[in-house]
Structure formats: C-alpha cells, structure tokens
Design a protein. Sequence first.
Length: 302
Amino acid sequence: MMTVISPSTTKDLYPTRSGEKTEILDRRGPIAFGSAEQGPLDAATLQHYDDKGYLTIDELITPNELETFRAELHRLANDPTIKDDDATIVEAKSNEVRSIFDIHRSNEIFRKIANDPRVIARAEQLLGSEVYIHQSRINYKPGFVGKEFSWHSDFETWHAEDGMPEPRAVSLSLSLTDNYSFNGPLMIMPGSHQRYISCVGGTPEDNYKKSLVMQGAGTPDPQTLSDFADEYGIDVLEGPAGGAVMFDSNCMHASNGNVTPYSRSNIFIVYNSVENTCVEPFAAPKPRPEFAGSTDFTPAGS
C-alpha cells in the first residue's frame, strides 16, 4: 500500500541547508525508547546504544543463511538487467555495482530477512513502536575499486530530502563479508547522535543521482567534522560475516575506500517508527524516488 505524502504542517525541529554557516543543535527526545523487558536487547546493550548510538550483534544469521545471501549477492551483481535498473547505483569509474536499492520489495530472499522477527523485535524495542522500512539496499564495496562514503548523518538527508520529521529511525548493517579494519568498514563517531549538524547550502534538483554515488549536499564542513572527531573519537566497527550493527539515524558515520583484494558487502535496512512517518521534504523541492525513501508505511513483519 502506497501512502500519499501529506503537506508538511509539522514544525521543522531540525532545519538544515538554509543558513550561511554550520549550526549545532541538541538532539530532542529519547534515543532508546524501549526497556529490557520489551524485547531481546538487555539493559546494558540498550544503555550502550543510548550513549554511543550503536550496538553490535556478533551472529545475527546462521552460516547456512549467510551462504544463501552471498550466492544471491553474486547473482545480482552479475545480472545485466539489475545493473540497468534505476534502483541500482554503479561506481562512477569502474561501472561495478555499488548499491542495489529496494531489495526488501524486489527480492524474496532479502524480503524475508528484512521482515524477520530477529530484526524487527530489536528495531521495535529501540524505537518504542511498530516500524516500517524506509529504505533497503545491498551495498557492494568490491576489492580495489570500492569507493568511500563521506562523513554524514543519514537523518540529515532523510529529513531534508524525504521529509522524516525526527531521528526516530534505526539502520541495520548486516555483514555478508568479514569487516576488517582495512577494507572500508563502517566508522562511527560514538555519541555524535546526541547532536545534530545543520549544514549549509541548498539541495540541488535530483540531488539523489549524485549523492547516492558520492555524498555532497548535507556533508558537514571539515572544521565541524574535526571538532566532532576530537570530542567523540572514531570507532572502527570490525566484525565477522553474519554479524550486524544497528545504529541511530543521526550518528555521524563514514567508510573508507577499499583498496584491498577483500570485498566488503552488507545488507542495509532502515527502520522508521510508524509514529514518525515522512511528510513533504523539509529542504528539497520534491521527494526522492520511492526506492530511496519509501512512502509505504505498512508495519514491517506484518
């Protein structure tokens, strides 16, 4: 079921891309909404998520599931019809597949894990409500040619370009390959989710066509990033295939390019609270395509 996005009568609590200088705003509201009694995450894990903005799961899927996902990952990357699809992003120079969006709707294998109780229960516990899938994709970071993702807050983009009112969303990064310190793993500034960076500059027309290849609009300036890094530090999230990271939508995060022979691929699924559904964009002329920001607010797992 597709839902028509309503005009934004919601107050903009997180303005961005309108001023002439970067501003830092305090985060409003809770971060981890649920308690240990309301789901599979214990009190210590919830507190870590609240403090640092992320949590890790050593083994989310079984070895058999991992092999199934890897086989499908390879098949999709070598399917010419997939590469030609609008929801597929390719590397600018190598033309290798970078990301395949909307995989929870287009692919039955990945639809199941996106709606799996092991994932949904954690997301609902963190967000304190039913959740829907705002975005899903497979990220490929092939050896030697996989490019970097610049420092950014996902929420800043989703707020500006998709109309997400508040940062009441959580992202799942499920590793399909081993994440080493040297093959471009996720990096997070722990604690940075507690403050919001209001960026300068507007949003170009059809910005998504460039930003999904290389982050541009909504990227904080170097001095602000340096100040954040000095204050919060940087955690490099290594881990084995089959494990996962769940992180708050406002975490400042990035990943380096991959110049090693070892690919780094993951399933990336964004869960937003059904009490935080998107309205019209706060800082863009029109919403991004459906594959980048879903308007189907049907609860996941239902």
